[in-house]
Each structure stands twice: as C-alpha cells, then as structure tokens.
Design a protein around this ligand. Sequence first.
Ligand code: MSP
Length: 645
Amino acid sequence: MSHTTFYVTTPIYYVNGDPHIGHAYTTTAADAITRFHRLAGRSAWFLTGTDEHGQKVLEAARARGLEPQAHCDAMVERWKAMMAELGIGYDRFMRTTDPDHVAVVQGALSRLHAAGELYRDTYTGWYSTAAERFWTEKDLVDGKCPDTGQPVVEITETNWFFRMSAYRDRLIAHIEEHPGFIRPASRRNEILGFLRKELGDLCISRPKERMSWGIELPFDPDFVTYVWFDALLNYLTGAGYRADGNFDDSGRWPADFQLLGKDILTTHAVYWSTMLMALGVELPRALFAHGWWTADGVKMSKSLGNTIDTLLLKEAFGLDATRYFLLREIAFGADGSFSYEAFLARYNSDLANDFGNLAHRGLSMTAKWLGGEVPPIGELTDLEQRLRRDATVAVREVDLHLGELAFQKALEAVNALVRAGNKYIDDTQPWALAKAGDDARLATVMRHVLEVCNVAAALLAFVMPERCATLLERLGQDDVGAAFRDVRERARIDELPLDALREGTPIEVGEPLFPRFREMPGVIAERLEPPAPPRPAADPTISWEDFAKVALRAGTVVSAEPHPAADRLLVLRVDIGEPRARQIVAGIADRFRPEALVGRQVVVVANLAPAELRGVRSEGMLLAAGGKAVVDLVTVDAEPGEIIR
Ligand code: MSP
C-alpha cells in the first residue's frame, strides 16, 4: 500500500470535562494544516476525536450519576459542538467506543499475544488516577504524581505487560536516523535522554475488578486494556487499519504529522512507537509536540480550573480572529501565556489596522474612482516591482514555514506583505492621482492593491476561512482553492502572483472585515478584574556603561525542582549555551510548579557573582516581571547563549 493522502491527527481528548483553549489549539492547528494541503489540491485526511475509556472518564461519569457510555455520549456532543463552532473540518471524529476501533484494538492485542510480545506478571507500583499510569517510587515528586501533582496510591496486582524494553535500541536508532521524527528538535533530545536512562516494560491491562471501563483483552477476560494502549491505536483505526492487521487502500499511513501537547510526548514517542514496531507497522513521519497555553505560567487545565473558553473569544472577536490568534501569537512548539489584552492588541494591529484596512482601502477607492471594477495594469515603476517581489516572497515563505508547522512565521510573512501593501498606498497616494485625473496610473496602483488583497486572502484562508472567502468573493474570486493554487503557481513559475485578478470584474466594497475594537468587548470586559494600580514614579537613570556590564543571555530551563530547604525557592538548571548548564536558585516557587518550567526559554543574568542561597549554589539569576511577588518570567525566543541587549 502506498502513502498517497496527507494524514494529520490530534490527540483524542478525554471526556471528563469541557473543552478549552488548549484542546482548541491543537485541533485548530491540525485543521489549518489540513486545509492548507486541501487548498493546494492535495488529498488530505484529518482525524480527531475522544478518548473515552479508563478510570478518569469512569470517575467523571460516576460523579454525574451516569453509566460511562451514557456520560460519553453526552460529552461527545459538547466536543463536537466546540469543533463545529471553530470551523473544524475533520474527516472522522473517532470515539474509542466505536465498534471498528474496539475490533482493531482487540485484533492488535491478539496478534501481539500470539507473537509473545505480552506476558503476565505481578508487581507493586504507585498509581496516579489523574495521569492514568503507574510510577516507581523514585519517579514521585513529594510523594505525588510527577505529571499532575495529584496524589498516588500504592497498588499490588497482576497485569499484562508489553515487552517494550526490547525495542529501546531500535527506537533510539530510529530517532537518530530520522531527525524530523520528533519535532521541534529540542524535544528530540529530551526523549533520547529519557530512553538512554532505562526503559522498562509497559503495563497494558487493568484488572476488571478494579476498573472495568475499557476494551476486554481477547485472551484474558479478567482484564481490560490500559487506556493509553487503546487510545494510541485510534490513529491506526483512523488510517484504515483493520482488525486483521492489514490496511485498506486509502493510502493514509504513515501519518504525515501527529500533533500533540508536550505533556504527552513520551507516551507517543515511546509507547506508540514501540507498539508500532511490535505490530510491524511503519512509524509516523513526524510527531510534533507543541507548547502549552498558560495562565500566569501555569498550564491551563480542567483540574486547575484556570482555563480560557475559546467560544467566548469567538463570541467577542469572531471565528477567524480566534483561529488567527491561536496560531499567530505563539510559536508552535513554545509555551505562551494567554491574556485578553494580548488578544485585543493582536486583533487591532494585524487584522483591523493591517489586513482589514488594506482590504477596505483597496475596495472602496476602486469603487469610488474606478467604477468598481478590477482596473487594467499599465506601466510599472520600481514601487510595483518591489511589491511584486514582496508577494512572491510571501507565497514562498508560507510554503516553506508550513512544511515545519511554523504557523507563526507563515502568518508573519503574509502580514509583512499586507504591511507592504498599506505602505504602497501611502507612497503612491491614490487620492492625489484621482485629484490630478491621472487615471492610468491610478488604475495600475489600485490594481496592485487589490492584487495584494487577493494574495493575502488566498494565503490566509487556511487559518481564516470565512473572512478570506468573503474578501476573495468581493474581488470576484468565487473559488478559494482555485485562487490559492493560482497564486502559488504564479509565485513558483512566473514570479507574477500580482497578475491573478481578471480585469473588468466587478468588485464589492461591503462592510469592514475586521472592525476595530476601541475597548475590550463587553462579554469579556465583565469577566476581567479592575485595572492594576499605576506604576511607581520613574526610576533613577544609569549610564550605558553601567548597563553594559550586565551580561544577559538567552537560556532554556532543562530541569527544575523544589529547593531542599526553602519552600519559596526552586533549583533550576538552565542551558545558556555553555558546556554545562547553570544551576540557578530562584524565588519563584509561589508562582510556578517546577514541571511547568522545564523547556521554558528565559533570560539569565550570566555574570552575577555566584552565591549560596539556603545552602544551594546559584550561578546567575532569571529576569522576571513583578516586584515582591513574581508575576511571570521574561521569555525570549532565541537559542541558548544568545546575547541580549
Ligand atoms: N486522552 C489523552 C490523549 C490520548 S492521544 C492517543 C489526553 N487527553 S487530554 O484531554 O488531556 O488532552 C490532551 C491534549 O490537549 C494535549 O496534548 C494538548 O494537545 C491539548 N492541551 C490541553 N491543555 C493544553 C494547554 N493548556 N495548552 C495547549 N494544549 C493543551 O491527554
């Protein structure tokens, strides 16, 4: 079977609570990349869904006094509604309770059992319901689950195990030989580090007497399958893999991109990969671990109750703006702190002032002075030549960056073109040309403005499907896909993406696409706290020489743990591009849980004299916002060691 269809997956979401911005994020990213490939004329397939078995869901059902199946049936509707609201065009919404998936899981289990990959054993471990997994004593942090910070219970039981350890060397070799397999690259080392330490076997069952909400082991009816073993296989069910171990002829597998939050990279990179190896199935082409949306540096999650409701954002700012913000605001792979103020600022700058404004200026001036039709192109000056190059660059950059799922960079590239379009209007001053009666030049200028709108709308349609389709329609382009392919083709072959519109086509001005918000929309304003007190009076000045003495460097937190003797302090190890990571003691334990800091990109004062803080040596300091109480860490998107001025 050959791989013919671009296949992308999201994690399947637990139905123990309502969806929030974190889930919307992964799903929107997957939807956007799928749309991009579809617009480009490729066959693409997008899988998402819900993870319905296991203890967490069972407990959520019990809390509502429902049977688990009835609970799941009801919750799934909420997840589907969220996705419909966000314009998510999945091809299949997988439910792990779907009969074809149950058959795939049982088929896989039977084959692994027959091949001697599974064995029965009795052991003792610490079980975390929140993370749905066992930990060893040394894994625990303060006696609690290291992933969730929730309590664990000691359990001794007989279970079925998968000989995962046997695949360790093969997996290490695979990761080393396929640099694109785990992305972004920084995460690859994390997984390699994990694998090089030690890899045990994986417990893949739960005794029914303790937890019966799962798929029964076909060879031992006293057990159900571990929820992760069941859940991960959904990616194969969605790819047309059958219970007998063969694929249908849809050509989806191996997946091109499997998107996931960094919290579940280990389960994917290690459990999933070794399961596939044992099943004799090719590994996916890329696992992409994106970062977390945080609230004040803490991951948003159902259990912490600090989540943002994406549907509220949609209500306030509209569907397209919500999708745009999610993918534009933070690099896919990095963490980002959510704030409504940042949303408003981003909306007003990129969408209202830049893109919406360009479209409105282009359309209304053409209607006013040129009879409301796409005007002809006359002689070109350097200004037009430059704009043409800008357009070609934008199209190519979008392509390039999306190959790496660098949504932020792709959207920045389009925004750069949009800004160039607005600057072009300012430079050419069409109002002066109209006044002077220079119709030929005016036509050339307005045509270029409309053409930039066309390129931008075609390029942004994968993120903002509604408004971009509207803008294209106003330009006389009814088929978004055709407009998109045309622009790309022109950028590839002709270098003429600004000759795409048809002269004489009537245009339509319409309402502004992204009206400016002068203040926070009411539905959000009423949820926000009163404004912070004014800042203290100006600080005394220092000379440049004084400032230049401070060596600021970009760094990445590689580990973080509580200080052994002080509750307020954390002991971090921070890579600042030197052979050895710096140990830094920081008074930020009130604000951040240690696990939330690993991978964060920070700014380090690198030449601060080392000091002992409550018995632990500290070799530098992190920059943070906030006076006495730390509000947030200063973050920078740069390689460790980069100089900051
Ligand atoms: N059911 C498992 C996944 C099984 S996949 C075979 C699970 N579900 S979950 O409901 O907890 O959702 C996890 C996913 O939601 C994360 O991997 C991430 O994609 C997304 N997010 C949840 N909270 C998030 C943030 N605060 N920020 C960004 N994404 C996060 O784990």
